[in-house]
Design a protein around this ligand. Structure first.
Ligand code: HEC
Length: 447
């Protein structure tokens, strides 16, 4: 039977780490680094207009443009020549374009990395003297050809000026402009201040659970929204957070992503009366940041073929009992865990996903904080370990939502396995999930 013919529900997304129960297994080795193609000899003499400009336009100017999030614009042949050496260094190191997943683990839709061939074209152009046409030419970003519709646009209630620097985590509560049930089938963010809006995570919250968040927003004296970190719960001294269970994420946006279309026919249910909470991470590099008024856009459908779930896979005991320990000055600490897939999906979907039928795993994200070094998520079965997502060099600033080229069909007897590594070599203090939120890789289970 083809995966697409299955009548079972789809499982959208799994996140993060679960606890180490009495598990005798060992931490795994990282995947071998991707081959350094730049050590290969020069192979061509690329022409700027024909070969290089289209690559920069497609892969770089989406961010490296005036007002974009890249630190400099690459919109002209002159700029390309000026930054040629840095361009070669960044692409050869595979630092640019930012694309954290290890390509030997799995293939993803919207992959923005360069193929070896594209990478070598840029390298050869630089090695050939970074020649550009005598008459400067402009490189325009290739506009995204498709993307989710904006059936609802939720804009910050008032302009917000980030109050802490360099990082300000701020949550905003939104009422939905409709009363009936809808499904989110696509999601986007229109950052107002592209230079400071670093990433946005959106959670759905039922009206009663939203109460502490609504109160925190109302009580805030320094503009709209309220401070929060990791999830939608207010990080306000004295705030009474009564919300229990896992916050339910509906979308994440990071720079470079114009919008995310959920896989065809699937959507996340928004029960009547839901509210959305958007956590915006502002990264402020200037002393007087400008006020931001970003918007979230939702593509909505009244019904979908298959309901999808974004299921946090987290370790309640790390978070609630502080059982994740990362010793002081330790270069590599691993925490890993496995759990029956059907137990998790059945429970997290409140029985909508049957525990005795296969589900499709459509996509994945991983989350750690700043001490994370690498992480992987796999589906384990008797015969094999299926690599779903591997982030070989964790960068807190480049997190993403990755949909698989081919959904992974998860059988009821399969297990999910997560492994997270932390580097605390620069830290003089041991960290625990409880005391050091920046070390947690299970943020989705926090509220
Ligand atoms: C998704 C947005 C995005 C895309 C796409 C992107 N960049 Fe960047 N680039 C950045 C940001 C942001 C920085 C600042 C450093 C950071 O955050 O890692 C940066 C930094 C750089 C730097 C400074 C040195 C370094 O490595 O940090 C160079 C050079 C660079 N980019 C070149 C490129 C080239 C060439 C491409 C296309 C092949 C590209 N970038 C694609 C966002 C992007």
């Amino acid at each position: 039977m083809e995966a697409g013919e299955r009548s079972g529900m789809r499982l959208l997304l799994l996140i993060s780490c679960l606890p180490l129960l009495a598990c005798p297994e060992k931490a795994r080795e990282p995947l071998p680094p991707i081959a350094d193609v730049c050590s290969r000899p020069k192979r061509s003499t690329p022409d700027f207009a024909a070969d290089v400009a289209p690559l920069l336009g497609r892969h770089c100017t989406t961010c490296h443009r005036a007002g974009g999030i890249g630190p400099f614009a690459l919109e002209s042949s002159t700029a390309a020549a000026t930054f040629a050496t840095a361009i070669k260094a960044s692409v050869c190191a595979r630092h640019m374009p930012p694309w954290p997943p290890h390509r030997d683990c799995n293939q993803f839709t919207h992959d923005r990395s360069l193929s070896d061939d594209e990478l070598l074209t840029l390298r050869d152009w630089v090695d050939d003297g970074a020649k550009v046409p005598a008459t400067p030419m402009s490189l325009s970003a290739t506009a995204p050809t498709s993307g989710p519709r904006a059936d609802a646009v939720l804009t910050l209630p008032a302009p917000y000026v980030p109050v802490t620097s360099p990082d300000d985590y701020r949550c905003f509560v939104f009422d939905l402009p409709f009363d009936d049930e809808r499904f989110i089938t696509g999601f986007g963010v229109r950052p107002d201040r592209r230079a400071s809006v670093h990433h946005v995570v959106v959670f759905k919250v039922s009206a009663d659970r939203a109460q502490p968040m609504v109160e925190a927003q109302a009580a805030s004296t320094d503009g709209p929204g309220y401070p929060c970190f990791g999830g939608p719960s207010p990080a306000v001294k004295g705030a009474k957070v009564t919300a229990k269970g896992l916050p339910s994420m509906v979308g994440i946006w990071a720079p470079g992503v114009e919008g995310v279309d959920f896989p065809a026919g699937t959507g996340i249910r928004l029960p009547p009366g839901s509210k959305l909470v958007a956590q915006v991470h502002y990264n402020v590099q200037t002393p007087n940041p400008e006020a931001d008024r970003s918007s979230i856009t939702l593509e909505l459908e009244p019904t979908v073929t298959r309901e999808a779930f974004m299921i946090p896979f987290g370790n309640p005991s790390w978070v609630q009992s502080g059982t994740m320990t990362i010793p002081a000055r330790a270069r590599d600490t691993a925490h890993f865990f496995r759990l029956s897939a059907s137990t998790l999906t059945n429970r997290a979907s409140k029985n909508v996903l049957s525990a005795s039928e296969p589900v499709e795993l459509l996509g994945q994200m991983l989350h750690m904080h700043t001490r994370g070094s690498w992480a992987s998520f796999s589906v384990e079965r008797a015969s094999e370990s299926v690599c779903a997502l591997n982030i070989p060099a964790w960068d807190f600033h480049w997190q993403g939502m990755y949909f698989f080229e081919k959904p992974i069909v998860v059988q009821p007897s399969d297990e999910f396995r997560i492994e997270c590594h932390f580097d605390n070599s620069g830290g003089d203090e041991a960290l625990t999930g409880e005391k050091a939120p920046t070390t947690r890789c299970a943020w989705a289970s926090r509220t």
